[in-house]
Structures are given as structure tokens and as C-alpha cells.
Design a protein around this ligand. Sequence first.
Ligand code: PEP
Ligand code: MN
Length: 331
Amino acid sequence: MIIHLKSSTSEAEAKVLAEQNKAVLFKDECFVLVTSSKVKEANAALQLAADKIVVTESDIQLAGKPYRADKRTIQVADWSIGGHTQHTVLITGPCSVESEEQIEASAQLCVETGVRVLRAGCYKPRTSPYTFQGLGLNGLLLLDKMRQRFGLRIITEIRDSSHADEVIEYADIVQVGAKAMYDQSVLRKCGKSGKPVLLKRGFGSTLQEFVQAAEFVLSGGNSQVMLCERGIRTFETKTRFTLDLCGAVWLKKHTNLPVIIDPSHAIGFAYGVADLSRASLALGVDGLLIETHPNPAEALSDAEQQLNFDEFRALKNSLSTLATALGRKLI
Ligand code: PEP
Ligand code: MN
């Protein structure tokens, strides 16, 4: 159950009510309490203190449509993702920051193709400890340089809580990757940060678990969360993962969070990224996250799935045509 407390409620009173009702407390425009969804009726003290009470079916609460019918707006600089717009934001860049030359070429591709958000990881959650792990803080400093030089917004990922504060400081949008989706110390840090968060779906998680991970961020007091479908593990082995478009549609229908699709990690091979991007745009998603690299064959991570720049230019053109036909706008 979600309870909005009256604006006259003091912090001390809100804390007492939270304790008495075993509720999570955070401050938005007012103090908000969230109890387990098993609680279906507010007691007298809560009813007296409340401005608004929403009974929820499951622990998809703050992220659910019954709580907020409208899609949340994620404010990035002077433009936004989600909300009432018919916009699909394009996000591109390499899997990892590898060198100044490489990330500068990627930033220039963004400028040339009108992409506002540059992506690249500095703390990579690799499946082997013996492969490239990312440039760490040096990578963040390079991304910062690109932001300043080219006016781009930066999305980069937190691998674990040891460097969460650093990433939160340098990122415009904080990415929580598929493997970190269950890391509650990361989720709680994101909840306390004022930065927009792009939460990727763990490849072995159900939609319920995925959205409940988002609830940790939302109930920490950060209302700016986007969900990213990036493929789940199925019995199929011909592709790296299986892009769950049914899941993306379910998220659109049942949650109030913008939905982003990452076709690159889903299929794991560059040849399928354009087709999956167009299919995703046709669903009306709020964003697409596409890995690109100046020389994919030489990439230090995810080499097989990254588009080269010519492939991205061609994809951008075809997405623009499709967006017009769909009454959407690529931004
Ligand atoms: C990435 O975006 O480079 C990445 C590691 O993605 P995921 O967490 O989806 O595997
Ligand atoms: Mn990657």
C-alpha cells in the first residue's frame, strides 16, 4: 500500500508512522510510506494522516500503473525521456571506453548523427576475470572530457558499490547492468542519488523481479528510473540472449517507467541489431541503446555485436524514416 502523508506531517511524525506500519519512508513532494502489498487496509492513524492511499496488488507498487497512470518523465538537461512525448531517444557508443582516440571518434559519431547520449562502460562486469575490465576512473575522466568538448550526455555503468559514488558523480544517466540488477547496495545508492537511472533486466530475472529491483531505487526517493530490456537467457543458443519483446510490451502496459531496448546485448551479433532496433521502434519504446565501435573487430569487449560507424549511419537513417511513418520522433 502506498500512502501519501498530508503536507502538514512533520518528519518525526512520518518516521513514527513508518515504524508502526513497517513501511519504507521517503520524501517526494510529500512524505510517502510504502508498506507490503499484503496490507490492504489502512489503520485509523494512517487514514487520519493520509492525503492519498493506493492499495496495490503486488510489490510492483511505485512503478505500477495503478499508482501513476502517466509515464514518468526522465529529465536529462533541457530535454526528457518518456512522459507524454512520442520520442525515442537514441543512445550509442562502445561497450567500453578503451582510449581517448576511440571515445573521441565515438563522440564525433554522436555529434554527426544527432545522438545526444554517449554510452560506454568504465567498470565492466566481465564474465572472466582475465579479460579487459575497463579503464575505471581514467575512463570516467575521458567521458567527462567528451561531455565538455561535445556537449553530450553520458551514460555509464556501475558494476558494484565500490565505485558507485564515482560513477554517480560523472554520469548524467547511471546504468545498472544486468549482472548488478540484484545488487541491493548499488540499487540503494542509486535511490539516494539525484541522477536518472537506467536499470537493465537481469538475464535470468522475471519481469516481477526486474520491476521490484526498480522499486528499491524508487522507494529510496529517486523517481527517475528507466527499465531496459536487454535479452534473457532461454534454451536458445544460436543468439547470445533472447530479446523479450513480449516483456517490453508488458512493461509498457503495466508500469509507469520509460522502457528502453538494447538489441545489441540481446542478439550478441551485429548482423541482427538493425532489424531488432526497427522492431523495437515499432513497439513505441522510449529509447534504444546500441553499441558502436570505430573498429568492432578490435574491440576489447563485446566485439561481435558492435556496429561499425557506417552500419550505424545506415541504421539511423532507416530508423528516422520508420519513426516518421510511426508518428514518432527520434531524438
Ligand atoms: C553493457 O551495456 O555493456 C553491458 C555490460 O550490458 P549488460 O549489463 O546488459 O550485460
Ligand atoms: Mn557491452
